[in-house]
Design a binder for this molecule. Sequence first.
Ligand code: AHR
Length: 513
Amino acid sequence: AGGPARVVVDLDLPGPTISRHLYGHFAEHLGRCIYGGFFVGEDSEIPNIRGIRRDVVEALRALQIPNLRWPGGCFADDYHWKDGLGPREDRPRMVNSHWGDVVEDNSFGTHEFMDLVELLGTAPYVNGNVGSGTVAEMSEWVEYLTRADDSPMASLRRENGRDEPWAVPFFGIGNEPWGCGGTMRAEDYAALARQYSTYVRDQGGDPGNHVTRIAAGASDDDFAWTESLMRAAQNLEGADGESGPYQAISMHYYTMSGPWADKGSATEFTDQEWYLTLSRATRAEELVARHSTVMDQYDPHRKVGLVFDEWGTWWNVEPGTNPGFLYQQNTVRDALVASIHFDGFHRHADRLIMANIAQTVNVLQAMILTDPDTGALVLTPTYHVFAMNAGHQDASALATHVVLPEQPREVDGRSLPMISASASVRPQEGTALVSLSNLDADAPRTLVLDLRGRTVTGHRVTVLTGASTAAHNTPEDPRAVAPAPLEDIRDHERGLEITLPAHSYTTVELQLG
Ligand code: AHR
């Protein structure tokens, strides 16, 4: 094509709203996510609020996390919520068979989780048990959580110290039923999803709870699973004319550079593995688009939401750590995997109503890593991408075109342009946000940010990068990868000319006239 690299943004053509819930999180009873991550207990020397780590709460509040999914994952289909009530010393124990085969003492239960979400100022996404639970158990959990009057479960909640019901806007009907959640066939699970969803009732009253029921969806490119769930629900009405019996369907896709048995190291990788990983991250958008196309056949008006409630990198565990605990480091590469996902999410905001990165603390692509010995807390490069992108939450997506002079690199059978971008606008507030990722491992890239349709009166540019593609944060060097102002920027007749460092992520906050 020739000419400079360009990213063209039509500032005056606001598209669908980017739900804040696309920036959701996931916390499972797995390794040191809940225990030792969020929850250290009241007797810990680490400052805590009723056992919940204060610095973890503060760090996540700064991200404005919109929702938190709990208690799994695979753990959800082993979990019996009544075991997590009452005095901690009396709670039954269980084996966490999926994750390290360790004994779970149920000391973090429903009340502790709801305390956590209130401290975080976030919405709970509770995932129920289909695999080893019962319809009555799920139904009673919803009654316990959300009912105001003197029903049996509301009364039990009061006996356990909570008078007012909680608001629970999202409820999951099992997890990965094709695998750890019950090894089911698509048609068998679809029948159960209809049945269980029927008993996840809106309980009325104050706070007027309305639950979005989320049927457990496909892995990767299992479009037949999505089709089966859509077919099973077609022409069924829910409350208020919404689709029923479930209002959303989930999907899961993880990014790794190797096969399942050897997913790759989090911190030691070649340039080839760098590009392979980023190419596989771009597959997430393709999967969202294709699942959405299947849904379109049954639901052309897009009443049923798509919920991408597990995404992110999955590497080999850090050497010397428990293989069942899924503890991994987090580098500039993870940051760009996140930014690529968000660019794709913004483009599909009309169907995608929620997404949850796996997982928030100490597990998989975490925001926060804590040291098991010293308790030190580190914010990961991925945390900073969430922080830099917070302005996209509930803004209107903008069409964004990347025009590059060179042919895209071919990686793993797909084209990988070296720039990924997306943008959003808040027309009333007169602000816009542009996200730019330079995927080139070695070369900086100068581009023209071609801003059309509105006058730009001010800008603030922030960059996230590190000394190498594998740079990461540790207690000794917690800001090896941290946001900083980007100086290499000039006015241009079409907008701005910006030089993005190699392997970097940049946000441009715009004031509009
Ligand atoms: O996030 C880790 C695990 O990955 C979840 O428990 C499960 O749903 C998925 O397979």
